[in-house]
Design a binder for this molecule. Structure first.
Ligand SMILES: Cc1cc2nc3c(=O)[nH]c(=O)nc-3n(C[C@H](O)[C@H](O)[C@H](O)COP(=O)(O)OP(=O)(O)OC[C@H]3O[C@@H](n4cnc5c(N)ncnc54)[C@H](O)[C@@H]3O)c2cc1C
Length: 418
């Protein structure tokens, strides 16, 4: 009998210039961005036995480019382009990108007016969108009644990906460039020498490093705390259901967003994926659970039934359809709704890549781009500077207030102008 192949080798813990804590979409996207920028002495440490096993695996995979500002639209275009390019490359790993387009539906006059503004932003940055009539929209999504819909904004280059495939693709290309990944290994401490990051202590031993990138998702607060930083990173529950197969669905149907009723919908195979933004958002205070605890999470049937009820006029019968799957997790929000990306000036060598405000998968290419700019540009843009963890250094804040702000951003995710 062959001796068992050791899963871990001492070389797994060899020193690295960058240690990334967390192997979700953000950590793996950061590794990919670093490697592409020529920084390949990178080790990603993930405590689960697989990459992408926590929040990222739960994502609906939506990647929408229509945003309320030119800056955010351009960034979302970076994401859609990367997913499309990686898909077109057809390598051994692809993000499973479905360039199905998206329909955004308006139920109110205010929303119709917002669509005109959104279109103007898209025109400014060269993103093709079109206001289409109901007859055309019905051709694109025959199962939808379009009852009460006053305007439809069509973005043909939008789409959806498979989050696990995205992470696998980042990992594949990063490995090819020399990035190392270890799983089943938890970071338990960060050692500072002379005030700067010098090593991480893991469940398997020490790793010497010059920089740590905190991409620990719902534990990003706790990892920052390991170096004495207190950052307002608030987990807020999010969930969706997928129905059993329904007639008239196929995976090539466009993604649908209905902001006035706070819902997103897409086909998931022959099933219907329905997610949304709750009026009573449920946040967690991260100081109430530890680095090694998982915040408890159960599917909230009342919330999911409410999503179906809101959708019923547009897809009659959806209320009575059984679910085949429920996805749920604790994506993190920040009180100003922005990512936290870049170096901490308080702890040299400590870098943040967290606080994704529920678009960490679709946002991971843009976040990677921000990270590279924040780390290596002599003159980062004002927007990238505004993402720095330092913005919370001087600000006075408390948990009740930042939780309220995070819940508001969650609730108003599809708000006019958001
Ligand atoms: C139901 C649902 C639907 C969503 N839909 C979308 C969508 O359509 N599009 C979109 O862009 N986003 C979506 N999101 C949000 C998206 O999932 C998150 O923004 C994204 O997954 C955050 O990625 P992450 O890498 O920061 O976190 P995670 O995927 O949670 O990764 C963090 C990793 O860090 C690891 N870790 C933590 N602590 C340690 C430690 N001490 N040592 C080692 N490893 C550690 C964890 O195990 C975890 O794997 C959705 C979220 C949910 C819950």
């Amino acid at each position: 009998m062959n001796p068992a192949v050791p899963r871990f080798l001492p070389s797994d813990l060899a020193p690295a210039e960058y240690v990334i804590i967390g192997g979700g979409a953000v950590g793996c996207g950061a590794a990919y961005a670093l490697a592409k920028a020529g920084h390949t002495d990178v080790l990603v440490i993930e405590k689960q036995s697989e990459l992408c096993d926590v929040t990222s695996s739960q994502g609906a995979g939506l990647c929408g480019q229509v945003r309320s500002s030119a800056e955010r639209t351009r960034l979302a275009m970076v994401s859609a382009k990367l997913f499309a390019d990686l898909q077109a490359a057809g390598g051994p790993a692809t993000p499973n990108w479905h360039a199905v387009g998206s329909l955004r539906l308006a139920n109110t006059d205010e929303r119709v007016a917002e669509f005109a503004r959104l279109k103007a932003v898209c025109d400014e940055v060269g993103l093709q969108v079109e206001l289409i009539d109901i007859a055309r929209a019905k051709q694109l999504w025959p199962k939808l009644t379009f009852e009460g819909i006053r305007a439809v904004l069509w973005c043909p280059s939008d789409g959806y990906m498979d989050p696990r495939s995205v992470v696998r693709t980042y990992a594949h290309y990063s490995r090819e460039l020399g990035v190392r990944f270890i799983t089943d290994t938890a970071v338990e401490g960060i050692e500072l020498r002379g005030g700067r990051v010098a090593a991480v202590r893991t469940s398997r031993g020490m790793v010497e490093c010059q920089n740590v990138i905190n991409a620990a998702g719902s534990h990003a607060y706790h990892v920052a705390k390991l170096v004495g930083l207190e950052l307002p990173i608030v987990p807020v529950r999010h969930e969706y259901f997928v129905s059993v197969p329904m007639a008239g669905l196929n995976p090539e149907l466009p993604v649908v967003r209905i902001p006035d009723i706070g819902l997103y919908v897409r086909a998931d195979g022959q099933g219907l994926l329905v997610g949304g933004w709750e009026e009573q958002a449920l946040s967690k205070n991260p100081t109430e659970f530890g680095l090694t605890d998982e915040p408890p999470l159960t599917a909230d049937e009342a919330v999911l039934s409410d999503f179906a009820r809101r959708l019923e006029p547009l897809i009659p019968g959806v209320c009575g359809v059984a679910s085949s799957r429920v996805a749920k997790g604790w994506p993190t929000f920040t009180p100003d709704g922005r990512f936290i990306v870049g170096r901490s000036s308080r702890v040299p060598g400590f870098i943040m890549a967290a606080g994704c405000n529920a678009h960490g998968i679709s946002g991971s290419p843009g976040l990677g781009q921000h990270l590279i700019e924040a780390l290596f540009s002599d003159n980062p843009s004002p927007y990238v500077r505004s993402l720095s963890p330092d913005r919370f250094n001087e600000m006075k804040w408390d948990w009740p207030t930042v939780r309220q702000a995070a819940e508001k951003i969650y609730r108003e995710y599809y708000g006019i102008g958001c």
